[in-house]
Design a protein around this ligand. Structure first.
Ligand code: CMP
Length: 138
């Protein structure tokens, strides 16, 4: 089924100047880029983005890190887009991710794991509506 999904190239990867490497890895899949946007996310927006992690011990560190520098927002589409991007990202923990995945090849650890990817079509819609308000999806 044709889906949309959201990727976020995180501040660690932007700082390391490996945006091109991450984009190139995504371009090796069948996914298409609909829109790309470089932004600095506010803590308020990040609290909304990561609402499912409310109360978790790592949330303050995650929000601090995600607000520490610019990120690249990726709006992607294609067949099975959510799982395609998540497979390419690999395990959340770069140490556990397989070679050839973005997090293993580009991440440093937690929370500096190079990329965020929506975990379901519902999350993708919520996240895209939050971060690409010009692309409201119903
Ligand atoms: P992401 O896919 O953006 O979803 C939630 C993020 O929380 C995750 O990637 C990591 O960056 C971060 N994260 C998850 N678990 C931990 C942890 N144990 N310690 C620090 N950060 C974490």
């Amino acid at each position: 089924m044709k889906e949309i999904t959201l990727g976020i190239i995180k501040p660690d990867a932007v700082e390391k100047k490996i945006i091109g490497k991450v984009i190139s890895m995504i371009e090796s899949t069948h996914l298409n880029f609909v829109e790309i946007k470089m932004v600095s996310l506010t803590k308020t927006t990040l609290e909304e983005l990561y609402q499912e992690h409310t109360g978790k011990a790592f949330l303050p560190e995650l929000i601090e890190f995600m607000a520490s520098g610019p990120v690249l927002l990726l709006l992607l589409e294609g067949e099975n887009a959510v799982n395609t991007l998540r497979s390419l990202c690999g395990d959340t923990n770069p140490d556990k991710a397989l070679p050839g995945t973005i997090r293993r090849d580009c991440g440093e650890g937690l929370p500096k794991n190079a990329i965020h990817a929506s975990d379901s079509q519902e999350s993708a819609k919520r996240e895209i509506n939050l971060l690409f308000p010009e692309h409201q999806i119903v």
